[in-house]
Design a protein around this ligand. Structure first.
Ligand code: GNR
Ligand code: NI
Length: 170
């Protein structure tokens, strides 16, 4: 197992559109293990492969308090969306910033699990929000894209400045 490096906004690699997973094999399952270790270590409630520079359609989540409800969604497809929910969203690729985002409150999603078996899941609330946030990553989209240009560029400038200062220290 290994903790993977998480790409941070405005890294252009976060804008990559991920392509479908074609084979679910042991290599992929090992990588999924590394993704869970990375997500729980961060800590976060979700992680898309895009964030760890792997551009295949794969995401994981665990929104439980006890961190004992892991979900693996390979080639996820959101086939129904209903209702509206506003959440204070954060992102491991936009560290330190939280902003309100509106999404569907209830979704139906089709996907393969880590054995390659097809499932359909109906979820609502935070898990639905998290899956939508992760599917956005797979399409190269970030929650800051829902904010005003002014807010997004303020966040980008602050993160770029922080990174420059880190570069000096190291
Ligand atoms: O850890 C995370 N918390 C979170 C909170 C509200 C809405 C979405 C999220 S996902 C985020 C982890 C992450 O960046 N996943 O891509
Ligand atoms: Ni994110």
């Amino acid at each position: 197992m290994a903790i993977l490096k998480i790409l941070e906004f405005p890294d252009p690699r976060l804008r990559t559109k991920a392509t479908p997973v074609e084979v679910v094999d042991d290599d992929l399952r090992n990588f999924i293990g590394d993704m869970f270790e990375t997500m729980y270590d961060a800590p976060g409630i979700g992680l898309a492969a895009t964030q760890v520079n792997f551009h295949k359609r794969l995401l994981i989540t665990d929104v439980s308090v006890d961190k004992d409800e892991p979900h693996v969604l390979i080639n996820p497809r959101i086939v129904e969306k209903d209702g509206v929910i506003t959440t204070d969203e954060g992102c491991l690729s936009v560290p330190g910033y939280y902003e309100e985002v509106e999404r569907a409150e209830h979704i139906k999603v089709q996907f393969l699990d880590r054995e390659g078996i097809a499932h359909e899941l109906e979820v609502h609330g935070l898990l639905a929000v998290c899956i939508q946030h992760e599917v956005d990553h797979l399409d190269g989209k970030l929650f800051v894209d829902y904010l005003s240009e002014a807010k997004r560029s303020r966040i980008r400038k602050k993160l770029e400045k922080e990174r420059r200062q880190q570069a000096v220290v190291i």
